[in-house]
Every structure is written in C-alpha cells, then in structure tokens.
Design a protein around this ligand. Sequence first.
Ligand SMILES: [Zn+2]
Length: 191
Amino acid sequence: MCLLRQAHLIAFVARVPEPVCTWESPHPVEIASIFRSGLESPAVWVCRNEDDANTIKKGVNQIAAGQLLGYPACCIDALQQDNADLEDALVRGWTRQFGYDPERIAQAWHEDRKVRIEFEPKAAHRVPRTFASFPFVQHNACESCLGHGDTPTAALNSVYRNLVAESDPALCDYWLPSQAFKKKTSKGQLR
Ligand SMILES: [Zn+2]
C-alpha cells in the first residue's frame, strides 16, 4: 500500500458517532425521546487531517461522521429515514403494550422489558445489494444509488476501485472476479 505509506495518519480512540434526530415524529415527543438515547461505545479512528481528528475527538453525530467519510448525502438521508422508521416501530410497539404513559414506558425500557415490534428494516435488503454492486464503498447505498446510472455511490465506488487497483492490484483482482461471478448469477451490476 505505497499510497498509504506516504500519508501521515493519526490514530486515536473516540466515541462512536451519535444518532441524531432530524425527523418529525408523529408520536408525542416525550415518548419518542425515550428511544433516542446516545451511544457511549468507543471506536478506533484513523485520520489524515488533523482538523478532522480534533472534530471527531470532541464527538460527532452520524450525519457529520457520514459527511467526513465522504458518504453521499442521499445515502445519509436514507440512514436517517431508517432510524425514523425504527423509532416509529418502537413507539408503536411500546405504546401498544404500556399505553401512552411516558413514565411507565421509560421505566419498562430501562428495566429492559421485552416488547414485540413489527419492523422490517429496509436497510437489511440494501446491505447485500450494496456489497454485490459496490464492493469498494464503506456505507450502505440508498435505493436511488442502487438503481441504474452514474449514481453518487457508483461514482464513489469507481474512485475507490481505481485507488485499490493503483495501490494493491492483487487486492483489486481478488474482489473483481467474485463480483463478475455475481453479475452472471444474481444480476448484480459491476461498476
Ligand atoms: Zn445514495
């Protein structure tokens, strides 16, 4: 990886990106907010840019982290929609079980009580399709990016594929034949 050897990399441990609510919940905010607790887990970060490292050390939310990592805005929006859908399903499940009393729900939530949730994560369908079509990107592509044409994720995949081909041709070859095979078998698109 000669390109990486030339770069000055800063490695450190900081908090994982926090979820951020950008949607209007159809439910009472005092109930919806019960399910918006922050994440405390640590993560290892590797940066080239000292300003970005300092920003991350102070704590970033998932949107800011996605922007720093160069994820397309449409795919960041799709993640937010997934989070909104999950929150909606949680509120529906917990109010069905405990009614609309925020204190009762909060107590049950913190007691780790189990509630049946009806939720089909759309992201679960997009993960294998992203991997099949765009093996070089690190994010989950949105539905629009998974369509035809030169979508933002397709463009990013090409940039990363060229970078890998230039810095480690063997690694690039390792990925590409398996992708060509998938193209024949599952109509995955090689871009
Ligand atoms: Zn997208």
